[in-house]
Design a binder for this molecule. Structure first.
Ligand SMILES: [Ca+2]
Ligand SMILES: [Ca+2]
Length: 127
């Protein structure tokens, strides 16, 4: 689970019939929060492994301010943005990460950022 660019991350997941994590409701958010908190607490603090930031499938690459979940571009309904996010900083933030610093709430960042990612597998297709 090494850091990769958003697009690479997305393709990597797709190669395994999965997709980047998508957070559809509070139950799912709390679950992911719990897992990542534990991972953060137990990971070696060696300064090499970034275990605080992860890509989600959310992006507004197609249209600025219109947030969707890749790869099907399903509009985001449930949102858990950090305070004052998404801010599209420097007009270059079109992909969303979740970050330990703010309890794994979402923040838009540059899609070229090298951060970690998690692949999620669909159990059923409910869009
Ligand atoms: Ca944007
Ligand atoms: Ca931002």
């Amino acid at each position: 689970m090494s850091p990769r660019y958003f697009i690479f991350a997305q393709q990597y997941c797709q190669a395994f019939n999965s997709h980047l994590i998508r957070i559809d409701n509070q139950i799912e958010f709390h679950f992911i929060q719990g897992v990542l908190n534990e991972l953060y607490q137990t990971a070696p603090k060696d300064g090499i492994h970034t275990v605080s930031s992860y890509w989600t499938a959310a992006n507004d690459i197609m249209k600025e301010g219109y947030w969707v979940w890749s790869p099907m571009n399903v509009p985001m309904r449930y949102t858990i943005w950090m305070e004052s996010e998404p801010n599209n900083y420097k007009g270059q933030e079109n992909c969303a990460e979740i970050n330990y610093v703010r309890q794994f709430k979402m923040n838009d960042v540059d899609c070229e950022l090298k951060i970690s990612f998690i692949c999620e597998i669909y159990r059923k297709m409910d869009r």
